[in-house]
Design a protein around this ligand. Structure first.
Ligand SMILES: [Zn+2]
Ligand SMILES: [Zn+2]
Length: 335
């Protein structure tokens, strides 16, 4: 029997990507009866689903961010499950703690929806698992040849060198509160930075959760409870939106920094007034996207969101069928 083309049973709808025989959506942006959630970032994990199937860590993240009742029912995925005849397995995506690719098998066809993923090592989560498949579904946040991320440990060494060279000035580092924050802390600890790290209040609850889930972050202090003078020369982390707001005026002559794949673009760093841009991303850069697409050996590749033109064109040059899904509801918030 010829296998049905995956586009006949897995397709985009106005709620998001839908698996028809399984009767579930993957990372839907509106409430649905049953959702499979790849990871805890806000553009993938939303509250209000009847049932949310995810890894145990993603479920914990959702409960911290949205509350314990944020889904009618949470289902922790462990190994392969049968969902209405479709085999569903969550494989590590290497993006943030708990992040997963959704591996679907139905009538002899394997499709992998990778969510957000990266290939660079990250001490705060399990590494990306390469799953050969017929259809690979990828994002394209950094889907242009200009995007090439630096090795994260190299960027962290630059930050540590600046701390050493400027012992009187505090360093204010903008980080997304889920994933990037904890990765930067663990990398700094690995680079030998053993002093307390000060946190903006918005970063505290997810750092506490990482600690509870076994990711050691060293001594963290709340910046608001620091005594006068204590912050001179201190390492302070805050959400990107707080780098230049009133809050940061309590710091003495801070050196502002931001860890993001967008820091490759100098204009973006200037726009935000960032003195020390660090090109650290939790997404694939262009070479990683192409390498992964080649390694999956998929004949067909769908691009969910991001800079899809260049990537779909490149997929065609690789001898594969490429398709831009242009799914809505995804942002660049978590890069
Ligand atoms: Zn993400
Ligand atoms: Zn995303």
């Amino acid at each position: 029997m010829l296998s049905p083309h995956p586009g006949t049973w897995l397709y985009p709808t106005d709620h998001g990507l839908y698996c028809e025989p399984g009767q579930f959506f993957i990372d839907p942006h509106r409430p649905v009866d049953r959702a499979v959630i790849t990871h805890g970032h806000g553009d993938h994990a939303r509250s209000g689903h009847g049932a949310a199937l995810a890894t145990p860590a993603t479920i914990e993240i959702m409960k911290v961010r949205y509350g314990p009742q944020s889904a009618g029912r949470f289902e922790a995925a462990d190994g392969a499950l049968d969902v209405n005849g479709v085999s569903v397995r969550l494989a590590p995506a290497g993006h943030i703690l708990g992040s997963a690719q959704v591996v679907l098998e139905w009538q002899g066809v394997r499709a992998v929806a990778s969510g957000d993923y990266k290939r660079q090592p990250d001490p705060t989560c399990a590494p990306f698992e390469l799953v050969p498949c017929d259809l690979f579904i990828t994002e394209a946040t950094f889907g242009l040849p200009v995007f090439k991320h630096e090795p994260a440990d190299k960027e962290v060494r630059r930050l540590c060198a600046s701390l050493k060279a400027n012992p009187e000035r505090s360093h204010l580092l903008g980080v997304y509160n889920l994933g990037k924050c904890q990765r930067m802390i663990v990398l700094m600890r690995g680079a030998g930075f053993d002093r307390p790290i000060y946190l903006h209040g918005a970063l505290r609850s997810l750092c506490d959760l990482y600690e509870r889930l076994g990711i050691g972050l060293g001594e963290l202090r709340d910046v608001m409870s620091a005594k006068p003078g204590e912050l001179a020369g201190a390492m302070v982390l805050c959400p990107p939106s707080a780098i230049n707001d009133r809050w940061s005026r309590r710091l003495a002559d801070p050196i502002t920094s931001f860890a993001s794949g967008w820091m490759r673009v100098r204009a973006r760093a200037r726009q935000r007034g960032v003195e020390l841009p660090l090109v650290v991303s939790d997404h694939c850069d262009w070479p990683e996207l192409l390498r992964t697409i080649a390694e999956t050996q998929a004949e067909e590749v769908w691009v969910t969101h991001g800079r899809d033109d260049a990537l779909v064109y490149q997929i065609g040059k690789m001898g594969k069928r490429g398709r831009a899904l242009a799914l809505v509801g995804f942002e660049d918030e978590d890069d």
